[in-house]
Ligand binder design. Structure first.
Ligand code: NAD
Length: 295
């Protein structure tokens, strides 16, 4: 049993902390939102009065926060209160630059640290089947792995500080672009009089095959579990896809990489969000693609 502090008990952090309790750890949590605290308490998480109070006796600290600025603020606040040698793990999806700065903050206090963003969404968080993409020194990763195994089923060491965030945004840039590509193919098929099922049957076993088609098919029917069959309820919200595409474009700019389709995907999702659809599943982008034909 490890003593773990968990800061950020929202849609992802709440169920992740609950799974650490189920895995036999002693978990103390903190969040700014009272409803999140109540849900975590009901799942067996001890609630602290502040982030600093939560980390006091922790051997491991996990943060699951919205963005880089939140992680920077919380890590600056708690690091002076963290016990000597405690392991710092950030599971939020944040920009690579902020992730590297967090590692530096921890290193200055001689604390091992890992950036470990996830994929798998809220369903994976609840089921404990998340994939973790980790960045940090080998010894820190080795210490983090058994903790992460309490919340996920695949844990990949991607490299040094920030490598987990780099892997996450590269993967999600593929995802954002491929969902638009699949949506364009269905929109074209509709105009050509080709049925959704016929396109699916061919493309899902041909060279057009990809996760956006076979797991998250943007039209109802061919993949019964895809959000399209549930009125495009997330799933993975379009606003979060836009966030990740923005992170990919910030990283591409800073690193000098050319990502023209990533940039275009970002602008398409931005228009979709501005039209009020940020809370829908990101596969709802097919509506926007269809609308473009009328313009
Ligand atoms: P969320 O908004 O539901 O949860 C974030 C929580 O952090 C909130 O409860 C908020 O009150 C808390 N918080 C913010 N500032 C705080 C502070 N100073 N002290 C304590 N708590 C604070 O968001 P989420 O959906 O749980 O996502 C968390 C992270 O995981 C994000 O970076 C997101 O991009 C990433 N992510 C989300 C999903 C998903 O499907 N929701 C999937 C993969 C990755």
């Amino acid at each position: 049993m490890t003593s773990i502090a968990f800061i950020g008990l929202g849609n992802m952090g709440g169920p992740m902390a609950a799974n650490l309790v189920k895995a036999g750890h002693r978990v103390t949590g903190f969040d700014l939102v009272p409803a999140s605290l109540d849900a975590a308490r009901a799942a067996g998480v001890a609630i602290a009065a502040s982030a600093v109070a939560a980390v006091k006796d922790a051997e491991v600290v996990v943060t699951m926060l919205p963005a880089g600025k939140h992680v920077a603020a919380v890590w600056s606040e708690i690091i002076p209160a963290v016990a000597k040698g405690a392991l710092m793990i950030d599971c939020s999806t944040i920009d690579v630059e902020s992730a590297r700065k967090s590692h530096e903050l921890a290193a200055q206090a001689k604390l091992p640290s890992v950036d470990a963003p996830v994929s798998g969404g809220t369903g994976g968080a609840r089921a404990g089947t998340l994939t973790f993409m980790a960045g940090g020194e080998a010894a820190a990763f080795a210490a983090a792995k058994p903790i992460l195994e309490g919340m996920g089923k695949k844990i990949v060491h991607c490299g040094d500080a920030g490598a987990g965030q780099a892997a996450k945004i590269c993967n999600n840039m593929i995802l954002g672009i491929s969902m638009i590509a699949v949506s364009e193919a269905f929109a074209l098929a509709e105009k050509l009089g080709l049925s959704h099922q016929a396109l699916f049957d061919v493309a899902s076993t041909s060279s057009g095959q990809c996760w956006s088609l076979t797991s998250y098919c943007p039209v109802p029917g061919p993949v019964p579990a895809s959000p399209a069959n549930n009125d495009y309820k997330p799933g993975f919200a379009a606003a979060l896809m836009l966030k990740d595409l923005r992170l990919s474009q910030e990283a591409a700019k800073a690193a000098g990489a050319a990502t023209p389709l990533g940039a275009h995907a970002e602008s398409i999702y931005e228009t979709y969000e501005k039209a009020g659809h940020g809370g829908e599943d990101f596969s709802g982008i097919i509506h926007q693609i269809r609308d473009l034909a009328g313009k």
